[in-house]
Write a protein that binds this ligand. Structure first.
Ligand SMILES: C[S@@+](CC[C@H](N)C(=O)[O-])C[C@H]1O[C@@H](n2cnc3c(N)ncnc32)[C@H](O)[C@@H]1O
Length: 243
C-alpha cells in the first residue's frame, strides 16, 4: 500500500467511525467511567504530571509537527507536564520554538520542578489570571508580530472565562494555526462537576460555540475529534482559516 492509498484508507475508516453512533455511545460511557477513576491524572511527560488524555497529546504532536509554531501559549500550567511536553516537541521540530505557560497559581514545588527541568530554557512562566490585562500584556511583549503562534486553553473551564480567553488570545493566531480549547467534553458527558464552577451549559464547549458564532476566522477541525474519539476536546480544535 503506497502512502496515498494508506491515507485514503484512513479517511474512509475515520468517516465510518464518525458515523458510528454505537461507538460514540460506548466512548461517552467509557469517558464518564474513566473520570470516576481520575484517569487524566495518571500520566507524566519527562517526569512531570501532564493532566490530559494521551490521545489528545498525540493530536497535539501532529499539530505541532504540521504547524511548526514559533510560540505555543498555554493557559493553565498546573504541574507543568503539558508545557514541558510542548517544549520538548518544539525542540525535536528543531526551529527554536518556545512555550509561554500562564497560570494564576504556580505553586512553589511546581515552579521549582519546572525551573530545574532540562527543558526549562525552552519555556517561560507567567503567573496571573489569563484574562487579566497585565498578563496578556506580558505575553504579548514576548511575541513578535511575524511569529506563528498556537494557543492552548486549559485553565478555568467556565463559559465566561473561556470565552474571554478566546477573545483575548485568538488574535495571536494566524491562518493555518489553531486555538485548542480543552475540556469541551464537559458538555457532552453525564458526569456532574459539583465541586467545580463549570458544568452542563456553562463550560468550554458553550464558550467555543459562542465564540465561533461571531468569529468567522475560526472553524472546528472535525477530523481531529472524529479520529481521536477519546478526547477531552470534542469540537475544541479550532483552525484559523483567515488572517
Ligand atoms: C487543568 S489544569 C492545567 C493542566 C495542564 N495544562 C496539563 O495539561 O497538565 C488547570 C490550571 O488552570 C489554572 N487556572 C485556573 N484559573 C486560572 C486563571 N484565571 N488564569 C490562569 N490559570 C488559571 C489552575 O491553577 C490550574 O493549574
Amino acid at each position: 500500500m503506497d502512502d496515498s492509498e494508506f491515507e485514503r484508507n484512513n479517511e474512509l475508516q475515520i468517516r465510518a467511525m464518525a458515523a458510528d453512533t454505537s461507538l460514540e455511545t460506548l466512548t461517552r460511557q467509557w469517558f464518564d467511567r474513566s473520570i470516576q477513576h481520575g484517569y487524566s491524572y495518571h500520566f507524566r511527560w519527562m517526569g512531570l504530571p501532564v493532566i490530559q488524555y494521551p490521545q489528545d497529546m498525540i493530536a497535539m504532536q501532529e499539530l505541532i509537527w504540521r504547524i511548526q509554531p514559533d510560540v505555543i501559549v498555554e493557559c493553565g500550567v498546573a504541574r507543568g507536564g503539558s508545557i514541558v511536553y510542548y517544549a520538548s516537541l518544539l525542540q525535536m521540530v528543531g526551529r527554536g520554538g518556545r512555550v509561554i505557560g500562564i497560570d494564576i497559581d504556580i505553586r512553589e514545588p511546581n515552579r521549582k520542578a519546572l525551573e530545574a527541568h532540562p527543558m526549562a530554557k525552552h519555556f517561560r512562566l507567567v503567573e496571573g489570571s489569563s484574562i487579566a490585562a497585565d498578563t496578556l500584556a506580558l505575553v504579548r511583549a514576548q511575541i513578535r508580530s511575524d511569529e506563528t503562534v498556537l494557543v492552548v486553553l486549559d485553565s478555568n473551564h467556565t463559559h465566561d472565562h473561556v470565552l474571554r480567553e478566546l477573545e483575548l488570545y485568538s488574535p495571536l493566531v494566524r491562518k493555518g494555526s489553531y486555538v485548542v480549547v480543552f475540556d469541551t467534553v464537559i458538555e457532552l458527558i453525564d458526569a456532574s462537576f459539583d465541586d467545580r464552577p463549570w458544568g452542563h451549559g456553562n463550560n468550554a464547549l458553550t464558550a467555543a460555540r459562542a465564540f465561533l458564532a461571531t468569529n468567522p476566522r475560526f472553524e472546528i477541525d472535525h477530523r481531529i475529534h472524529d479520529k481521536l474519539q477519546i478526547t477531552v476536546a470534542p469540537y475544541g480544535y479550532l483552525r484559523c482559516i483567515a488572517d
